[in-house]
Design a protein around this ligand. Structure first.
Ligand SMILES: Cc1cc2nc3c(=O)[nH]c(=O)nc-3n(C[C@H](O)[C@H](O)[C@H](O)COP(=O)(O)OP(=O)(O)OC[C@H]3O[C@@H](n4cnc5c(N)ncnc54)[C@H](O)[C@@H]3O)c2cc1C
Length: 430
C-alpha cells in the first residue's frame, strides 16, 4: 500500500526538525527548498562583517538527511499551493501531498516601501550577507582613494535601520571591524574614524527585552563609538542616504534590519493572515479548515495553548516543526487503529521559552532566560556556547570555534576577501 506523502516546504529550522521527527514514521517525505543548504541565520551578521566565511554557517540539506531513507530532498522554488487539489507546484515540477507542512520563513519587509530594498538591503540569506560584506569592504577601498573629505566621510558611514537583535549585532560587529580589524591596513584613511549609525523608531533598542538590558545595550554600543538614534522614523531611502523625520543621513552603506514579511504564497491559501502576511494557525498548528496543512516557524502566527504569542526565533521554529510531526504521527496511529478521525483530540502546541540573547561586539551580550537577566562577558559566553551547540554539522562547529578564538585573541577576521570584482578590468571607477 502507498504510504502517506508528507511534503515539507522549507529546509529552515522548522522544516529540518519536522523531517527529523518523522524519521521513524511510516511516511514518504519530500522536503523542498530553493537553496541547497540549511542556513544558521543567527550567525549571518558574522558573515556580513567578515568574521566568518559563508560555508561555516550553512550545511547541505542532502547531507543532513543522507541517513534518513524516508526523506527525498528537492531543490526548487515553491510557486503555487493548491489546497483543493492537494498539490504544490514548483518552478520545475508538481507534487501531490497527503500532509503539507509549510515552513518557508519570512523575508525582509519594508512596510510597503519595497522600492527601498534597492538601496538598503536586508540580511536574510547568505547572498545578502556576502553582498553587505562586499559593499562595506569596497567602500573602505574607495575611501582610501577619495580626495574629497565629504565623499570620504560618506563612504566610511554605515547606517543600519532597526534596533532589534540583528541591528544591534551588526552595529557592534561593524564598529569593531572599522576600529580594530582594519586599523593599520590603510594609508590615507583612518578606519577608526568610520561612522556606524543605528536608527530605531521605538524609544529604545531591543524592545522585546527588559528596559535595563536595552539601556545596557545602548551604553555598550555608544562606548564602541556607535551613534544610536532612537525615536527616529525613516521616511525615505535613496542612493546613499536615509531621510529621517529629523534630517538626512548621508551613508554609502545602508542596511535594513527593521521588518519582515511572509512569502506571497501564503495569500493563495484563502485563510486569514496577520498584517505581516503570516498564516494564522489553530493551536495544533493546522490552518483553519485545512486539517492536513500546517504552518510552522516564522511563517506561522501562533497563539499557543497557554495564550502566548510564539516569537520568530529558532527554538520556537524547531519546537513547532517537532509538534507538526507529532500531530501527523498521532493522526496516522489513529487511522491505523481505525479510530474515527477526530481532529479535536490532536495535541495542542505549547511553546517552551528558553530565553533570548544578542551580542554587542566582541565580548559582551545581553541574555534573558527563565526570568533571569545577564549582561557582559558572562552573557557573551552563554551566547557563544548556545550558538555553537545548535550550529549544524561537526565540521562547522570546529571551524567556527577556531575562527572565533583567532578573532578574539588577535582581533583579526579571516573572511575579508572581496569577490565579484571583474578580473578583466571592466569595473567602473566608483
Ligand atoms: C540575521 C538574523 C539573525 C537572527 N538571530 C537569531 C538569534 O540570535 N536567535 C534566534 O533564536 N533566532 C534568530 N533569528 C531568527 C531565526 O533565524 C528564525 O526564527 C528561524 O530561522 C525561523 O526558522 P524557519 O524554519 O521558520 O524559517 P527559515 O530558517 O527562514 O527557513 C525557511 C526556508 O524556506 C526556504 N524558502 C523560502 N521561500 C521559499 C520558496 N518559495 N521556495 C522554496 N524554498 C523557500 C528558504 O530558503 C529557507 O531555507 C535570526 C534571523 C535573522 C535573519
Amino acid at each position: 500500500m502507498k504510504r502517506p506523502h508528507v511534503i515539507v516546504l522549507g529546509g529552515g529550522f522548522a522544516g529540518i526538525e519536522c523531517c527529523k521527527a518523522l524519521s521513524s514514521a511510516d511516511v514518504d517525505i519530500t522536503i523542498i527548498d530553493r537553496q541547497n543548504h540549511h542556513l544558521f541565520q543567527p550567525l549571518l551578521y558574522q558573515v556580513a562583517s567578515a568574521g566568518l566565511a559563508a560555508p561555516e554557517i550553512a550545511h547541505p540539506i542532502r547531507s543532513i538527511f543522507s541517513d534518513q531513507d524516508n526523506v527525498r530532498v528537492v531543490m526548487d522554488e515553491v510557486r503555487i499551493i493548491d489546497p483543493d487539489a492537494r498539490t504544490v507546484t514548483t518552478a520545475e515540477d508538481q507534487f501531490q501531498y497527503d500532509y503539507l507542512a509549510i515552513g518557508l520563513g519570512v523575508k525582509t519587509g519594508y512596510f510597503g516601501n519595497d522600492e527601498w530594498a534597492e538601496h538598503a538591503g536586508g540580511l536574510k540569506t547568505l547572498n545578502d550577507a556576502t553582498e553587505i560584506r562586499r559593499e562595506i569592504l569596497l567602500a573602505f577601498e574607495k575611501a582610501e582613494m577619495e580626495e574629497d573629505p565629504q565623499l570620504r566621510k560618506k563612504l566610511m558611514t554605515t547606517a543600519i535601520v532597526g534596533g532589534g537583535p540583528t541591528g544591534v549585532e551588526l552595529a557592534g560587529a561593524f564598529a569593531e571591524l572599522a576600529r580594530h580589524v582594519l586599523k593599520g591596513d590603510f594609508r590615507n584613511i583612518d578606519t577608526s574614524e568610520a561612522n556606524v549609525i543605528l536608527v530605531e523608531a521605538a524609544p529604545r533598542l531591543l524592545t522585546m527585552y527588559d528596559e535595563k538590558l536595552s539601556e545596557y545595550t545602548r551604553k555598550k554600543l555608544e562606548s564602541l563609538g556607535i551613534d544610536v538614534r532612537t525615536e527616529e522614523r525613516v521616511t525615505d531611502v535613496g542612493e546613499d542616504f536615509l531621510q529621517l523625520e529629523s534630517g538626512r543621513i548621508e551613508a554609502a552603506n545602508l542596511i535594513w534590519a527593521a521588518g519582515v514579511q511572509a512569502s506571497p504564497v501564503t495569500k493563495q491559501l484563502g485563510v486569514e493572515l496577520d498584517p505581516g502576511g503570516r498564516l494564522i494557525v489553530e493551536t495544533d498548528l493546522s490552518l483553519p479548515g485545512h486539517p492536513n496543512i500546517f504552518a510552522m516557524g516564522d511563517i506561522a502566527h501562533c497563539i499557543d495553548q497557554a495564550g502566548v504569542r510564539v516569537p520568530g526565533l529558532c527554538p520556537a521554529a524547531m519546537q513547532m516543526g517537532k509538534h507538526v510531526a507529532k500531530v501527523i504521527k498521532d493522526d496516522l496511529k489513529r487511522s491505523k487503529q481505525k479510530a474515527k478521525s477526530n481532529y479535536d483530540v490532536r495535541p495542542q502546541f505549547r511553546y517552551f521559552d528558553k530565553g533570548s540573547m544578542a551580542t554587542i561586539g566582541r565580548s559582551a551580550a545581553v541574555a534573558s532566560s527563565m526570568g533571569l537577566k545577564f549582561t557582559g562577558f558572562i552573557a557573551w559566553l552563554m551566547w557563544l556556547f548556545i550558538h555553537l551547540l545548535f550550529l549544524v554539522g561537526f565540521r562547522n562547529k570546529i571551524a567556527v570555534l577556531l575562527q572565533w578564538f583567532y578573532a578574539y585573541v588577535r582581533y583579526r577576521r579571516g573572511a575579508r576577501i572581496i569577490t565579484g570584482v571583474p578580473a578583466d578590468g571592466s569595473a567602473t571607477t566608483p
